[in-house]
Ligand binder design. Sequence first.
Ligand code: ATP
Ligand code: MG
Length: 422
Amino acid sequence: MSKKIQAIRGMNDLLPKDSDLWTFVERTIADLFISYGYKNIRTPVVEKTDTFCRAIGQATDIVEKEMYSWNEANGDSLSLRPEGTAGCVRMMIEHNLPREGIQKVFYQGAMFRHERPQKGRYRQFHQAGLEVFGVSDAKVDAELMMMTHSLWQKLGLTNVTLEINTLGSSEARKSFREILVTYFSAHKDRLDEDSLRRLETNPLRILDSKNKDMQSLINEAPKLMEHLDVESAQHFEQFKAYLKSLDIDFVINTRLVRGLDYYNRTVFEWTTNDLGAQGTICAGGRYDGLVEKMGGKPTAAAGLAIGLERLILLMEEQAIAIKTKQISIYIIAPSDDAQLMSMQIASLLHDAIAEVIIYNDMSLASLKSQFKKADKADADFALILGEEELNNGQVSIKPLKSQEPQQTLSLDKAIKYFKDYT
Ligand code: ATP
Ligand code: MG
């Protein structure tokens, strides 16, 4: 026998046993986003490396060390996308879409980052993301929160917290940067290696550090919130007013600066303490400067991304059972005639019942063994095509998950029975 081949570390298969949960989550997300007027888009998994460097910023973890990049024979550097916003913005500009007015789009797909794999952190992972272009008002920031808040409810999640902050305008950030550099420079002896480097490249990111030894230094650092420009301060007040009117609880976390460079004003994360260190399930904010930075016309924009693996881990952690209206039927066909008939019946059931799963017997085995297969498939009902039933143009229905008795009906009545059941 040849040696078995294995998947790459940090890149996972979706197995049949987990498929229902993933499908439920992805559908719930798509239905919700569509119901708020968002359109599904798809961009390539591969883009020019420059697309990500320009959008995300050179001095970020992603661009510094997490991208899968390579050179083509012609010298072009290409990369697997580490996130969805850069490609989306590239697409919007390339197709002149911001000119056509407000744009609301969403995507779901695989992202790639060369990180150390651990629970909730993988090298290939999946995000569902939203982006809105052409609205500078805080109303759209609030709508993003309204949608995600509603999503957690639809999925049955509890114990998630909304953390918000504002980064102000890029000008306010620039002058705050000086203040921060002065502060941290005076305490260089207390900075770790990473932070010393960031002091030169991206001092705001020092606030993001998880290093325990630096926490008191960071807690006493000057706060951007206290050095905001007037418009950004107003924007933040409006954002909070919307959240209050929506009854969405939040906490202000002045250390929330986000790992990507493109944000301004509003930033937020939905976090949980049920997942250990990888507790952020959704993150995003406003990025009004990005479209212009990527070569488009100045266009206000905001967006977010949900980490689907973490969301699903959290659902498993909280033992959330998914609710679907689906009804599953195993067609038991113990003879050649019955096998022949089962195809027509399956087809009629598929046409008549919206959310049905039909397991049409493929074992062609004995009656007893087909019943075992029905149990194994976890079907709600067995639909039995016995000899007597066939002769009388009838079918028998046996509920497999309740004590209700078996009954024999015409096919029309059986279909009605299943429809009433869903
Ligand atoms: P973290 O601080 O955990 O590294 P991040 O700031 O790098 O997160 P974002 O770029 O904001 O993450 O991505 C949005 C969401 O995507 C995260 O909140 C998380 O849920 C998910 N995510 C990011 N990186 C990974 C990964 N390597 N594996 C699984 N999910 C991830
Ligand atoms: Mg990261």
